[in-house]
Design a protein around this ligand. Structure first.
Ligand SMILES: [Zn+2]
Length: 330
């Protein structure tokens, strides 16, 4: 557990994660005159609980002092400890309303990535679709505390903590209901996984993904790009000086990707799968077939999302052949 005081009222508690690659999540404690809240208190586990209690203890707080928990989205590493404490201590959890369908789909759909299987077939990735369909739900995702939040957050909602106001900005893309929290008057943006300092956030990694996640995501990046002056307080990695600057870098990254994908359509690659196989992935420039199964899936679906944007912009044309989307240059 590492504690970082950002302002008099805002403190970061770094919490451990049981994941390879992503080893910690940033939980923020916001203290107003009348209420203290947590934002994204991590992955439900005894290790998280211990680190949280230690961090809160250093601030002279305990679970009984927390009025509510705000969460940026429903992914395990942000949301599940919140649900554990909602049950254990009665602290109400609040989450962006757009995440409701993906939470409900944990009860109504089976398998690890049920909707993605159909999207992969549509992308022309039949072998990959069969592999994903055969995948069991991850062991560490079973028996996890997972439930609906006590309250839903809508775009523009203001949460008054007494001398400290938190404004919610709906930032769909990473998930449909993703929310960033602006600490009004302190020039801070708690960006969740929408804007991360080093990583390019994945989009539509959820059980009920939106058809047009990249359009949503790019719109949400432009929203942050228009918040000049806000420091970046991400859910993973180091704090940055400018959320807007990082949002602009991510927009530029996707513009480059759109350009590469458009060129591949022009040179005759007709499906999202063909295009993904012709591209390189990760900062190590790996081939699609060298990635693990989940990353192969997200790569193909990311190309499909870019192709949807290019189609809407009138840059490529889409037809469907035996259920597979085929693209051609306009
Ligand atoms: Zn995360």
């Amino acid at each position: 557990m590492t504690l970082t005081r950002i302002t008099d009222r805002v403190t970061l508690i770094q919490l451990p994660l049981p994941l390879e690659g992503l080893t910690s999540v940033n939980c923020y404690v916001l203290r107003g005159d009348s209420e203290a809240v947590l934002v994204d208190p991590g992955w439900s586990s005894p290790e998280t609980e211990r680190a949280l209690l230690d961090g809160l203890g250093e601030l002279g707080l305990g679970p009984a002092d927390i009025g509510r928990v705000l969460t940026t989205h429903h992914h395990w590493d942000h949301y599940t400890q919140a649900i554990t404490w909602q049950g254990k201590h009665g602290i109400p959890v609040h989450l962006g309303r757009g995440d409701a369908p993906s939470i409900e789909a944990w009860h109504s759909l089976d398998g690890a990535f049920p909707r993605q299987v159909g999207l992969l077939r549509r992308a022309g990735a039949h072998g990959l679709a069969a592999e994903v369909e055969a995948m069991p739900a991850e062991v560490h995702e079973q028996d996890m505390d997972f439930d609906l939040p006590a309250g839903w957050i809508d775009d523009g909602a203001e949460i008054d903590l007494g001398g400290l106001v938190v404004r919610a900005h709906a930032t769909p893309g990473h998930t449909r209901g993703h929310v960033c929290f602006e600490v009004v008057g302190e020039d801070l943006l708690l960006s969740g996984d929408h804007v991360l300092p080093r990583i390019t956030p994945s989009i539509a990694y959820e059980r009920e993904p939106s058809e047009d996640s990249l359009t949503s995501y790019l719109g949400s990046l432009r929203l942050v790009a228009d918040l000049p002056g806000a420091r970046l307080l991400p859910a993973h990695g180091a704090i940055g000086d400018s959320a807007a600057q990082r949002a602009k870098e991510l927009i530029a990254h996707h513009d480059e990707r759109l350009d590469v994908i458009r060129s591949l359509v022009v040179s005759g690659h007709a499906t999202a799968h063909d295009i993904a196989a012709a591209m390189t992935w990760t900062r190590r420039e790996r081939r699609l077939d060298d990635l693990d199964l989940v990353h192969r899936m997200t790569a193909v679906l990311e190309v499909a999302a870019h192709l949807t944007v290019l189609t809407h912009d009138g840059i490529v044309a889409r037809t469907t052949d035996e259920g597979v989307a085929q693209y051609a240059a306009m």
